[in-house]
Design a protein around this ligand. Structure first.
Ligand code: C5P
Length: 306
């Protein structure tokens, strides 16, 4: 069998409220997320033995923060599938990493969910999606979202998912400051609001929203706490808010920030400005994803083991 590749998309949080601190150390959320066309690629090739061999290829100066071994989310997802099914399949894995880590873009969670969904089909494991979801929830809070098609409201720890339909074309300029942030420590520092906001209005208006409409609803409760930990985000957010974007915000627990645009050309022109004025930041142009990436089964001549 040759190489098969799956796309693993980054998410953006358009709305994120923390509604409660829970007894298990996690927080209850009310968040609306959307998948984007900024994707990692994960290539798999079945081996003749039961070994797992993994390589990671970094794009655009992404540091060495991604583990290449049993603690990698892709590897962990493979382990869960092998334990659950009792099938000790061996795999060569090449992870082509574009999504920055410690960014609030859900890269690791997306990698794990894409791996679970894709290998279930590729290797005909025939696990129902409820069982795949249960495996995914062992790996983190964002995983369940990546089982939705393109967008969703997520509540509870993040695992109660209400899918939303695809939005008509929306463009994003994602700007990543040099240093990332640790999700756990942002949540630890967070003062929990006594009067939480709800994403209900955003979800109600969802189908009719264009870039300006989305911008009106942008909200992220974690932003102030993350800004205190990462002052480098402040000029990024300020510049995005003064740009052609209809609105701008931090994603997840940061440190990536994004602007929302109605057209590709506006986002692209602002990207050029950021590249010249803030060369220390990485920038990514992405659209709202319009398809289910984990169905993108194809053999890939692109991936080479490095
Ligand atoms: O689940 P995940 O590994 O993404 O979470 C990382 C950390 O973020 C958790 O250990 C927890 O401290 C915090 N978190 C939280 N409430 C959530 C999600 C994450 O407190 N709903």
């Amino acid at each position: 069998m040759g190489w098969s590749t799956v796309l693993s998309p980054a998410k953006l949080n358009l709305f994120l409220e923390v509604t409660k601190r829970r007894d298990d150390g996690f927080h209850d959320l009310d968040t609306v997320m959307i998948k984007t066309t900024l994707c990692d690629r994960i290539g798999f090739r079945v081996r003749n033995d039961d070994r797992i061999c993994m390589a990671v290829r970094h794009w655009e100066g992404e540091g060495q923060a991604i583990p290449v071994g049993p603690s990698n989310q892709v590897w962990r997802a493979v382990d869960l599938l092998r334990n659950k099914t009792g099938r000790l399949f061996g795999l060569d894995i090449v992870l082509d990493k574009r999504i920055p880590s410690r960014a609030g873009l859900g890269g690791g969670s997306s990698n794990a969910a894409s791996t679970l969904l894709f290998l279930n089909r590729l290797l005909e494991l025939e696990l129902p999606s409820s069982e795949l979801m249960a495996l995914a929830n062992q790996l983190g809070s964002d995983q369940a979202f990546f089982f939705a098609r393109t967008a969703a409201r997520c509540e509870g720890r993040g695992d109660r998912v209400t899918p939303l339909p695809t939005l008509p074309r929306l463009w994003f300029l994602i700007v990543m400051p040099p240093a990332g942030l640790d999700t756990g420590s942002v949540f630890r520092d967070l003062p929990v609001s006594t009067t939480p906001k709800s994403s209900q209005e955003l979800c109600h208006d969802w189908r009719s929203l264009d870039a300006r409409g989305v911008a009106r609803h942008l909200f992220n409760r974690l932003e102030a706490t993350s800004l205190a930990r990462s002052p480098a985000m402040r000029p990024v957010l300020k510049a995005l808010r003064l740009s052609r974007a209809a609105g701008a915000q931090m994603s997840g627990s940061g440190s990536a920030c994004f602007g929302v645009y109605a057209t590709h050309s506006q986002a692209s022109r602002d990207r050029s400005l950021f590249r010249s004025r803030m060369p220390h930041c990485r920038t990514y142009l992405a659209a709202a994803a319009a398809l289910l990436p984990h169905r993108a089964l194809r053999t890939s001549p692109v991936l080479q083991e490095s």
